[in-house]
Ligand binder design. Structure first.
Ligand SMILES: *Cc1c(COP(=O)(O)O)cnc(C)c1O
Length: 393
């Protein structure tokens, strides 16, 4: 080929969108380690260690805990397709784009799907779920813990009790919450949960941690039909991660190295300390945004610490501001999704990205962009309010 494309030279960004988040140099170095075979004793040891670390992060003793090869959506598909047989009833709670996606995935897996709808940005109450499970009598209830499209946090504990009293299994999307908010898989009796590497675990996208409770494993073992996806069939994938070490597909070796290092970083910091860091930086950012007259799209008690969805001030051009943030300051934030397109910005403080430095730098850059676009703001007020919030912590 002539001329040959130039060698890769990706720009350095500050990833403050809905994912991917900033990746530690330690994780990038792990990606560059020598590739070994997928049955190499060294790699098998890495897999065992990853399973142990994933159990710690998911707060579970579930035997069937591993990293699916594929991004968060592959984890979603893996959970649904293993629990659902054609004709099974599934209730999917839909208050954002990822609940919508789960409805689509469940339908394709052959489930008889009943969506339970709430407006984007709202959450489900235990009463909502109680009414719906009585009406639908589902085998599985699917719900999103941290709706990245809206910035809303779904409380799960009471809902879990209601789902189990109705004899159903609870499937939870923890893609954005894992590593940034408590996910008590055992404490809340979650039956199947999936996450992704590129949100609060701060690893490049490519793997999806999943965990299945003994009750979920029983349901999988009681299936009358084969799992509809060959690639995501946990009855086979678990033979590779388990003692048999039966070849199923070639694990993405270096991605697993990266996740191994990312999990080490999470556990080195400690889950509690990590959640607290996410909380503080969120509060400082919120103070700064509010001082600039920018409102959140979600009620205070349901806001996610790692994903701040805010209303774009009237008269401000969504795309122009995001373009200036990226072009001038190298900062990526997200626009709105679905019905929130053009109406909200999604400012991520996930994993490595959640630092005081990023909060202050972002607020200063945003002030400049808003001033350049003629918005009426009090210059410096955002940075000052965030600093005051940090001083109070
Ligand atoms: C990002 C995300 C997904 C999808 O993950 P991909 O890695 O993009 O496939 C699913 N659910 C939620 C809540 C997410 O934030």
């Amino acid at each position: 080929m002539n001329p040959l494309p130039a060698a890769l030279a990706p720009p350095r960004r500050v990833l403050m969108g809905p994912g991917p988040s900033d990746v530690s140099p330690r994780v990038l170095a792990a990606l560059a380690a020598p590739t070994v075979g997928h049955l190499d004793p060294y790699f098998l040891k890495i897999m065992d260690e990853m399973q142990k670390m994933l159990r710690s992060v998911f707060c579970t003793t579930n035997e069937l805990t591993l990293a699916v090869s594929g991004t968060g959506s592959a984890g979603m598909e893996a959970c649904v397709v293993n629990l659902i047989e054609p004709g099974d009833r599934m209730l999917v709670c839909r208050n954002g784009v990822f609940g919508q996606r789960m409805t689509d995935v469940a339908g394709r897996a052959g489930a008889e799907v009943t969506p339970l709808e709430r407006d984007f940005g709202k959450v489900f109450s235990p009463e909502d779920i109680a009414e719906a499970v009585q009406r639908v009598r589902p085998k599985v209830v699917g719900i999103v813990h941290a709706e990245t499209s809206t910035g809303a946090r779904q409380p799960l504990e009471e809902i879990s009790r209601i789902v189990h009293e109705a004899g159903a299994l609870l499937l939870v999307d923890c893609v954005t919450s894992l590593g940034g908010l408590p996910v008590e898989s055992d404490g809340w009796e979650i039956d199947a949960a999936y996450s992704g590497t590129q949100k609060c675990l701060s690893c490049p996208p490519g793997l999806s941690p999943v965990t299945f409770s003994p009750r979920a494993v029983e349901a999988i073992e009681a299936r009358k039909t084969k799992v509809a996806s060959w690639y995501l069939d946990m009855t086979m994938v678990r033979s590779y991660w388990g003692e048999e070490r039966a070849y199923h597909h070639t694990a993405p070796i270096n991605m697993n190295y990266a996740l191994h290092e990312a999990l080490r970083i999470v556990l080195e910091e400690g889950l509690e300390a990590r959640f607290e860091r996410h909380r503080r930086n969120h509060l400082a950012l919120a103070a700064g945004l509010e001082a600039l007259g920018i409102e959140f799209a979600v009620a205070k008690e349901h806001r996610l610490p790692m994903l701040n969805a805010v209303r774009i001030p009237t008269g401000v051009d969504d795309v122009a501001v995001r373009k200036q943030l990226l072009g001038t300051f190298g900062i990526e934030i997200g626009g709105g999704l679905g019905p929130m397109k053009g109406k909200t910005w999604r400012i991520g403080l996930m994993g490595e990205t959640s630092t005081g430095r990023n909060v202050l730098m972002f607020l200063a850059a945003l002030e400049r962009c808003l001033a350049d676009k003629g918005a009426k703001i009090d210059p410096g007020a955002g940075v000052a309010a965030a600093n005051a919030a940090y001083a109070d912590m």
